[in-house]
Ligand binder design. Structure first.
Ligand code: PRP
Length: 178
């Protein structure tokens, strides 16, 4: 697709890594009640592929949406929940699924919000990690790919709401960024 200057992670590599991540999750949560929480919108492709490789008996999927903090603030208290979970997570094991861990502010906010609800545990699964951009000291428990600080789109990730449908992760052409 000509919106990208190059493909960073191709379809085959995504499928292989998602399977490996699901394998670890299956082993770690065996015999437990797990609620997988997808953070919209960016996680929708990743979570669809990941969930189909989960073999646990006691697993549910739910979704949350949070407002982004916007370009003009660094404050984490500027983040808020705009769409909440349907179910109560008290005494359940929660796995937050994100497409990308960037500054870390979204995950820090979500960990605080969800831990306050009395779950058995809360962990984080991020397909991609941009450690070079971190502002909050935080790491995912499951990480798919560590990537450089480049603008990536596809496999759920957008630029101005476009390109989420691309089946691979690509580096957006710089001349398309306004
Ligand atoms: C992206 C991504 C994470 C967040 C990560 O969401 O899906 O939720 O940013 O960034 P952070 O680590 O700097 O907080 P975005 O706000 O772009 O919304 P979207 O998922 O709807 O695309």
């Amino acid at each position: 697709m000509d919106c990208c200057e190059r493909i960073l992670i191709d379809e085959g590599s995504l499928a292989k890594r998602v399977s490996e991540m699901a394998g670890r999750i299956n082993a770690d949560y065996e015999g437990k009640r797990l609620t997988v929480v997808g953070i919209l919108k960016g996680s929708f492709v990743f979570i669809a592929d990941l969930m189909r490789r989960i073999t646990l008996e006691n697993v549910e999927v739910d979704f949350m949406k949070v407002s982004s903090y916007g370009p003009f603030t660094d404050a984490m208290d500027a983040i808020s929940v705009t769409q909440d979970l349907d179910a109560d997570v008290r005494d359940k094991h929660v796995l937050i699924v994100e497409d990308i861990l960037d500054t870390g502010r979204t995950i820090a906010f979500l960990l605080g919000t969800l831990k306050a609800r009395g779950p058995a545990s809360v962990k984080v699964c991020a397909l991609m990690d941009k450690p070079g951009r971190r502002l909050v000291e935080i790491e995912a428990d499951y990480t798919g790919f560590r990537i450089p600080d480049e603008f990536v789109v596809g496999y759920g990730l957008d630029y101005a709401q476009k390109y989420r449908h691309l089946p691979y992760i690509g580096v957006l052409r710089k001349d398309l960024v306004k």
